[in-house]
Design a protein around this ligand. Structure first.
Ligand code: G5P
Ligand code: MG
Length: 215
């Protein structure tokens, strides 16, 4: 296996900017981006068996059970053995973390630390192009034409789990199930935390870290 490959995970609360930082990392460091949320939403769109199961959990802001998501993600990683990759949104539970750690060699886990008050505000103004996963935010990265995807010209929508009740649930679950994984990866010696209130504040530090570690 090529030892220059990067195998990285990006973690952080819902809306902390994982997708936004991932897009910048993928462009700068030529990595495959695997977002568990995008994969599930694409399964829902295509009405697969996994999509049918995931739909109700996602709408309520709850986690999809480990058994479905772990198999799906490890299967995706298997398809890109010879590429660098960035895993976004997985793992989220101790069981997922352990299964991933057993299956793959992880070089680094990036943890985005953004205050909840900032996140709650942001998610109100998020618009997405569901088929591609492209994400916009009014006042931060606006689409060129309001309500329309820059690349395809198709209409943008709001995510069903960005309503206030689902956002509250997602943040609660993050605190209870996912935040404790920081300690798990810290003990493994691979965790790096980046704190800030905006992606533009966090991104230069993430880039500098990747430049130092992987170039
Ligand atoms: P997802 O899709 O993984 P979340 O909840 O983890 O969803 P989300 O909402 O996708 O995370 P993000 O990727 O961290 O957020 O953030 P983002 O999209 O980049 O940024 C959020 C918004 O803020 C965007 O509009 C962006 O443009 C804007 N923004 C970014 N930076 C700034 C800034 O500096 N300023 C401003 N003003 N705006 C900014 O998972 C969804 C669901 O799928 C299931 C669960 O049900 C989950 O709830 N799921 C799983 N279930 C079990 N196990 C797993 N591993 C699962 N993975 C997914
Ligand atoms: Mg995301």
């Amino acid at each position: 296996m090529n030892s220059n490959l990067i195998r990285a995970v990006i973690m952080g609360a819902p809306g902390s900017g994982k997708g936004t930082v991932s897009a910048r990392l993928v462009k700068t460091f030529n990595m495959h981006h695997i977002s568990s949320g995008d994969l599930l939403r694409s399964n829902i769109e295509q009405k697969t068996e996994l999509g049918r199961i995931a739909d109700k959990y996602i709408k309520e802001g709850k986690l999809v059970p480990d058994v479905y998501i772990t198999q799906c993600i490890l299967g995706e990683l298997d398809k890109i053995r010879t590429s660098s990759w960035l895993l976004d949104g997985f793992p989220r539970t101790p069981e997922q973390a352990e299964d991933l750690w057993q299956a793959e060699k992880i070089d680094t886990v990036i943890n985005l630390d953004v205050p909840f008050d900032v996140i709650i505000d942001r998610l109100k103004s998020r618009w997405v192009h569901l088929p591609s996963g492209r994400v916009y935010n009014i006042g931060f990265n606006d689409p060129k034409v309001r309500g329309v995807d820059d690349i395809t010209g198709e209409p943008l929508s709001q995510r069903p789990d960005d309503n206030p009740a689902a956002v509250r649930k997602r943040l609660e679950i993050y605190d209870a199930c996912t935040r404790p994984l920081n300690e798990y990866f810290r003990k493994k010696g691979v965790l790096v935390t980046f704190s800030g209130r905006t992606t533009n504040e966090i991104w230069p530090n993430v880039k500098k870290y990747f430049d130092g570690k992987f170039r």
